[in-house]
Design a protein around this ligand. Structure first.
Ligand code: SAH
Length: 227
């Protein structure tokens, strides 16, 4: 046991390495194939990113509330998006829009050369910083801002991942995508009356941008402005 540690970093009981290994097994059963993604999902202590009262549910395949009306993404969706983003190549320099509690940023930091994460809610960003402190992820930089504008000062990015659903592709993000870069984001369907969303994948190839539409998902909305 880690006497004096405020949270269960090493992990016991419902928050142990074994619970995490079972989550990885379920991800594999659900179709996640990328061994590096599975290893990263197995290494990040997800229970540290949710409220202590919810820690025992942290490894269920479900989204959970993180305050401010926001949620931590479901493990399957995090793994699926990162797998689609990587597609077997190196992630390189990554931009994440929507830090939330910092969980996905921590997973990305296991895999990428550099990770920049932008969050519009200042108080949530502070919480993410606190959650991440013990993990000492030197490759990860967090910024308070409106991710609709990307992060000009660090662009271009080899990979861009958006954790909130946009009505349309933010053009600044497309501009900040490097040659051969890939971007994955949830888009609201044009007939969004049912709140339907789909994951979309964009690739910047030699002949321009290609779009592939992936499965249906459910994300909180991509908002505008800072709080
Ligand atoms: N990546 C998180 C998911 C957080 S939910 C995880 O690991 O679970 C989505 C987050 O996107 C919320 O924190 C929300 O505040 C943020 N968000 C919404 N619109 C945004 C915008 N325009 N710029 C930056 N962050 C935004």
């Amino acid at each position: 046991m880690n006497a004096g540690m405020p949270r269960d970093v090493a992990g016991v009981g419902m928050t142990s390495q074994r619970t995490r290994a079972r989550m990885v097994e379920r991800l594999r059963d659900a179709g996640i194939r990328d061994a590096q993604v599975l290893a990263a999902m197995g290494s990040v202590p997800r229970h540290l990113f949710v409220d202590e009262a919810l820690a025992s549910r942290a490894y269920e395949d479900t989204a959970l509330p993180i305050g401010f009306g926001q949620t931590i993404s479901q493990p399957y969706v995090v793994a699926r998006m990162i797998e689609a983003l990587a597609a077997g190549r190196e992630l390189g320099k990554v931009l994440e829009v929507g830090t939330g509690c910092g969980y996905q940023a921590a997973v990305l930091a296991q895999l990428a050369r550099e990770v920049y994460s932008v969050e519009r809610i200042h108080a949530l960003l502070e919480r993410a910083r606190a959650n991440l402190r013990g993990l000492r992820l030197s490759k990860l930089r967090m910024t308070h801002g409106d991710g609709n504008f990307g992060l000009e000062k660090a662009a271009p990015f080899d990979s861009i991942i958006v954790a909130a659903a946009a009505p349309a592709l933010p053009q600044a993000l497309l501009r900040q995508l490097a040659p051969d870069g890939r971007m994955v984001l949830p888009l609201k369907s044009p007939d969004a009356s049912h709140g339907a969303q789909r994951l979309a994948l964009y690739e910047r190839g030699a002949r321009g941008i290609t779009q592939t539409v992936l499965e249906a998902v459910r994300f909180v909305p991509l908002e505008t402005g800072k709080l």
